[in-house]
Write a protein that binds this ligand. Structure first.
Ligand SMILES: NC(=O)c1ccc[n+]([C@@H]2O[C@H](COP(=O)([O-])OP(=O)(O)OC[C@H]3O[C@@H](n4cnc5c(N)ncnc54)[C@H](OP(=O)(O)O)[C@@H]3O)[C@@H](O)[C@H]2O)c1
Length: 165
């Protein structure tokens, strides 16, 4: 762990699905929602997050199926000015992990400020159609934040990468 990053009092992970060149989403007003659909990747996302805490930024929270997720996950939505350390502390000793689920601003904030235990990065294969982004958003290079690729498992639609310190 680097000294300039906060250590959370709970296992803190990030989960994201990316298209070519780390494409994350579309920043244009009509661009919310994922630019692709892969039932296989959604099952993977579910397998990682069910039973745990999923944490969203306000923008992503407006289009993510939060009511559905609340059935088997604890959902937290971040607004500016919230006590993030306090939110994370609620889950210390809960047996649950916290997953940072985006969007762009939230991913960036946590990469810059917290030492994350694992980054779960799904990289879509070219076989999955991706809608055009008017104003593309790109996920930062995890290596630039000190993470190293620990595992890459091939699935039909994507590679499931795990990045660790
Ligand atoms: N590919 C994927 O796996 C994936 C997953 C999720 C999202 N996405 C994409 O991400 C994009 C949305 O990203 P976004 O950046 O516009 O929205 P976002 O990260 O979902 O939400 C940003 C908002 O969260 C609030 N916030 C609270 N605490 C914050 C903090 N510490 N730092 C920054 N913001 C904080 C702010 O709301 P206020 O300013 O209103 O307080 C901010 O405007 C979409 O294109 C979506 O499709 C992709």
């Amino acid at each position: 762990m680097t000294l300039d990053k906060k250590n959370a009092p709970v296992e803190l992970n990030l989960i994201v699905c990316l298209g070519k060149d780390n494409l994350l989403g579309d920043a244009s007003p009509e661009g919310n929602g994922l630019l692709w659909h892969s039932a296989e990747e959604l099952r993977y996302y579910k397998s990682r997050t069910v039973g745990n805490v999923v944490l969203f930024g306000l923008t992503t929270a407006q289009f993510a199926p939060l009511q559905l997720m609340k059935k088997n996950r604890t959902v937290e939505v971040l607004d500016f000015g919230m006590d993030i350390d306090g939110i994370l502390a609620k889950y210390a000793d809960s047996g649950k992990s916290v997953f940072i689920c985006g969007g762009y601003s939230i991913y960036k904030f946590f990469l810059e400020n917290y030492a994350l235990d694992h980054l779960y990065i799904s990289r879509l294969k070219p076989r999955v159609p991706v809608a055009e982004a008017k104003s593309p958003l790109y996920f930062p290079d995890p290596a630039a934040f000190g993470y190293k690729l620990a595992e890459s498992v091939e699935h039909e639609d994507f590679f499931a990468e795990v990045w660790d310190w």
